[in-house]
Design a protein around this ligand. Structure first.
Ligand SMILES: [Zn+2]
Length: 286
């Protein structure tokens, strides 16, 4: 678990320089994987419950999962390091309701195709570009694409609606500020942009990354509005703040493509958390 876990419990909080809600976390903005996981020689063993572990302040390993005695309701009590899961007042995910329309533009992905390492990190399948794959432009500031993984079903809901998949694109500045771009998936037409990852994913075994070129420029939508709110990591240690952007319209994949993901991991969604008065912005005009 090594580097993955170390990175996860030591998020470096930084404040980005631009944007309306700019506090960010220099880490996995939402889940356990990190941009460096592809380089790790030892990744977690996958399991049906997507269980994982992390060292608490005591140094003992604190196991967590998405169900049972070490499931989300217990995360905050599993380790001192996970305290924020229980006491944090700006946690993620949330149900998106009553957004406030903004004149600020939505973030603009400017990704490009890149050879990427695809790993099973014990929670999800995660793809990490091994060369520069472009940026997410947020209010004029470029955040480089670091990695992408999925949750099934979606972690965020929109007016109570859940989706079969939620893809998390994590982007960072050189200084470590990060933004998370969440993209919902609903059943529909075959999505050719995602097929290279799905094809490569079939060969991914625990601890054995598979390398493949991925068309990042086509995997993420390029024109959209996005819900923006201040949240947290959605996995222990549930660190906040994290700057979230959720694309307001889902992309489609065929049922078979969706099943390619859900057959690897499912029920990897933390329940929605109390909004506690946070304002949800809707950025972008269309
Ligand atoms: Zn995530």
């Amino acid at each position: 678990m090594n580097g993955i876990q170390v990175a996860r419990r030591n998020p470096r909080i930084v404040v980005a320089l631009a944007g309306t809600v700019t506090a960010a976390v220099a880490l996995a903005a939402c889940s356990a994987g990190t941009g460096s996981s592809a380089a790790s020689s030892s990744v977690a063993t996958p399991s049906a419950s997507a269980s994982a572990s992390s060292s608490g302040e005591s140094g003992k390993e604190a196991h967590w999962s998405y169900a049972g005695s070490d499931g989300p309701a217990a995360w905050g009590s599993l380790s001192n390091a996970f305290e924020e899961c229980q006491i944090g007042q700006a946690q993620s995910p949330i149900d998106v309701q009553d957004p406030v329309q903004q004149t600020a533009p939505a973030p603009q992905p400017d990704y490009r195709p890149a050879v990427s390492a695809i790993v099973d990190n014990g929670h999800s399948i995660e793809a990490t570009p091994t060369v520069a794959a472009g940026d997410l432009d947020v209010a004029g500031e470029p955040f480089s694409l670091k990695y992408m993984h999925f949750h099934a079903p979606s972690e965020h809901t929109i007016n109570g609606k859940s989706f079969p998949l939620e893809m998390h694109f994590v982007n960072k500045t050189p200084e470590g500020a990060a933004t998370a771009l969440g993209v919902m998936v609903e059943p529909g037409a075959v999505n050719p942009a995602w097929q290279p990852l799905i094809t490569a994913m079939a060969n991914v075994k625990s601890g054995a990354p598979v390398t493949a070129p991925l068309p990042w420029n086509s995997m993420a939508p390029t024109k959209f509005r996005a819900y923006n709110y201040p949240g947290s990591l959605t996995t222990p240690p549930c660190t906040q703040p994290v700057d979230w952007y959720l694309v307001d319209q889902p992309i489609t994949m065929s049922s078979a493509q969706i099943a390619a993901f859900t057959s690897r991991y499912s029920n990897t969604n933390r329940p929605v958390q109390p909004v506690n008065g946070r304002t949800i912005l809707l950025t972008g005009s269309n």
